[in-house]
Design a protein around this ligand. Structure first.
Ligand code: URA
Length: 240
């Protein structure tokens, strides 16, 4: 594919602008300077730099962000900056969307993609990808709290009680809570319905994909093939 088209596909703007970038010596491809916008390259394992910043070609973008508090999961944020502001321009330009939402004050693992099929699958209730939250409680947890969350609690507007898939007390005020759904404020509402209160909330895993310990808040990273595999439902969940 011509480098001008490659840059355009990766979010570096209109083809004309990409042509100018190449002609102005702002681009290297696989370690070599390239000033011919029509030079052809294989996109397999293609690495390039634009204005000195390294990139790798991705036909579709799949990435994770460690969301900090103080950002809204919306393209039209009302009261705080949007999470998209934490991503570099080419990713925003190619239209990556956040998959699911975290509250403004919730931190942790948030996925983004421009792959329509992937976005649809991850959001589908059929896909059954559990989400794990680290919940900091206002009051010390007792056994009743864990039992209530596992047995199911009644939320307003829900026809039947909702149960956590898993709930483990890590310490007096810390729970790991696994949910199969993603309803509005679900963790906060479930914990409140069980008689406690959420002080802080962090999503630490989606499926078998854990938030990497070395990904600082506010930073993003591409999903590797192993990460994508970890987002597939387990065989038993898929056949239920
Ligand atoms: N549940 C909540 O209450 N808030 C979130 O951000 C995610 C799950």
């Amino acid at each position: 594919m011509q480098i001008e088209r490659i840059l355009h596909s990766q979010g570096f703007g209109a083809r004309k602008l990409c042509r100018i970038l190449v002609r102005h010596h702002e681009v290297t491809v696989n370690g070599e300077p390239c000033d011919d916008p029509f030079a052809d390259f294989s996109t397999d394992n293609l690495r390039f730099t634009v204005k000195g910043e390294p990139w790798e070609y991705r036909e579709k973008a799949h990435l994770m962000l460690n969301k900090p508090a103080g950002y809204e999961c919306s393209l039209k944020p009302a009261h705080h900056p949007g999470v998209h502001a934490l991503l570099p321009m080419p990713l925003r330009e190619r239209g990556v969307q956040n998959i699911g939402r975290l509250d403004e004050d919730t931190t942790g693992l948030l996925l983004f993609s421009d792959d329509g099929q992937f976005i649809h699958r991850m959001g589908s209730p059929k896909w059954k990808v559990p989400k794990v939250y680290e919940v900091t409680l206002k009051h010390a947890a007792d056994e009743k709290l864990v039992a209530a969350l596992l047995q199911g609690v009644q939320l307003n507007d829900e026809p039947a009680p909702i149960a956590a898939l898993g709930c483990e007390a890590i310490s007096e005020r810390l729970l790991h809570l696994t949910l199969g759904e993603g309803k509005y404020h679900q963790v906060k509402r479930m914990v409140a319905a069980a008689g406690n209160r959420v002080e802080a909330l962090k999503r630490i895993a989606i499926g078998r994909l854990a938030l990497p310990k070395d990904l600082p808040e506010g930073q993003w990273r591409w999903l590797s093939p192993a990460d994508l595999e970890a987002l597939l439902p387990t065989r038993e969940a898929a056949t239920k």
